[in-house]
Design a protein around this ligand. Structure first.
Ligand SMILES: [Zn+2]
Length: 271
C-alpha cells in the first residue's frame, strides 16, 4: 500500500470510530422513552424508519405498553458503516383488575356516537403524526400540576373475561378549574372543546413525534399553532367527556406508541 492510501485507510477507521458513538439515556422498559445522541452526520434507523436527528445530534424513541423484549437501533456513520445496537426492554407488570359476575352490558351503542368517537380518534391520531423539528423532547419534563395520582399507565380491567382498553394516562385528581401547566415546551397541534370520550382535549407536540395529550379539561387557554413554553398555563382541570369526577388525565405518545408520562418526571411532590 502506498503511504497515501494507508493514511486514507487510517483516517477512515478513525472517522468511523469517532462517529459510531451512540449515547442513550432513559428507561429501557415498556412505556419508556429513550433520548439518544449521535455525532454529526450519523443516521439512525429504528424499526425500518430513519429517525429525525436534531442539529445537536439528538433523537427520541418510545416503547409502547406491550413493546417487544428487544429493541434494535441501527446507526449509519458518515462513511456508510452500519452498526446494530441491541437492547433489552424490560417487561412490566400492570395493574390488572378482573371483575366477574357483573351483568352483561346489553346497551347497544348509539351508531351516531360510535361514528363521532371514531372521527375524533382520527383527529387526535392526525395531531400526533407530525415529526416536528422541535427539540423540547430532550427537556427534563415537569408535572403539569401537583396532586394525588389516582390512575396509572397500563392498568386494565377485565369484565367477565372481556378486556377493556388499557388506561394510558396518569390521572391526577384536582378540583375543576385548577391550572394545568405545560410539562415541556412545544407547539399546540389540537384543541377540541368537547370530544365524546375525552371531553376538552389538548395536544402539545414536543418535537420528533413525542407529544402530550390532556383530557377532560374544563377550559383550554391556548390555540392550535401556539408556541408553548415549559410551565406555561395551558388549560384548566375538568370532568368533561366520560369522566366520573374532576381530574387531569395526562397521556403521552411517541407517534402512535403510547408511552408512560410518569417515567419522564420526578416522583410526584408530596405537597
Ligand atoms: Zn384517566
Amino acid at each position: 500500500m502506498k503511504l497515501q492510501s494507508i493514511t486514507m485507510f487510517l483516517l477512515l477507521i478513525l472517522a468511523s470510530m469517532a462517529s459510531s458513538a451512540l449515547e442513550l439515556t432513559g428507561d429501557w422498559q415498556q412505556g419508556g422513552v429513550i433520548i439518544g445522541k449521535v455525532s454529526q452526520g450519523t443516521l439512525v434507523e429504528y424499526r425500518g424508519k430513519q429517525l429525525q436527528i436534531s442539529p445537536a445530534g439528538e433523537f427520541v424513541i418510545g416503547f409502547g405498553r406491550d413493546a417487544e423484549k428487544t429493541a434494535t437501533i441501527i446507526t449509519i456513520d458518515r462513511v456508510g458503516a452500519r452498526q446494530e445496537h441491541r437492547f433489552d426492554v424490560k417487561a412490566r407488570t400492570y395493574n390488572i383488575k378482573k371483575v366477574t359476575g357483573v351483568p352483561q352490558q346489553t346497551v347497544e351503542p348509539d351508531p351516531a356516537q360510535v361514528e363521532r368517537a371514531k372521527r375524533e380518534a382520527q383527529m387526535a391520531a392526525d395531531a400526533r403524526k407530525g415529526d416536528l423539528p422541535l427539540t423540547f423532547f430532550a427537556q427534563k419534563f415537569e408535572w403539569p400540576l401537583v396532586g394525588p395520582v389516582t390512575g396509572v399507565y397500563g392498568s386494565q380491567r377485565f369484565y367477565n373475561g372481556v378486556p377493556n382498553s388499557p388506561h394510558y394516562g396518569v390521572d391526577i385528581a384536582k378540583p375543576a378549574g385548577t391550572l394545568v401547566k405545560a410539562p415541556a415546551g412545544g407547539v399546540v397541534t389540537l384543541v377540541h372543546p368537547d370530544m365524546f370520550f375525552s371531553g376538552g382535549t389538548l395536544i402539545i407536540d414536543h418535537g420528533h413525534g413525542l407529544s402530550s395529550t390532556f383530557i377532560h379539561l374544563s377550559k383550554i387557554l391556548v390555540k392550535k399553532g401556539d408556541d408553548i413554553l415549559q410551565g406555561q398555563a395551558i388549560a384548566q382541570v375538568g370532568k368533561t367527556g366520560r369522566a366520573t369526577g374532576p381530574h387531569l388525565d395526562w397521556r403521552m405518545n411517541w407517534f402512535e406508541e403510547r408511552v408512560d408520562p410518569q417515567l419522564l418526571v420526578d416522583p410526584m411532590p408530596s405537597k
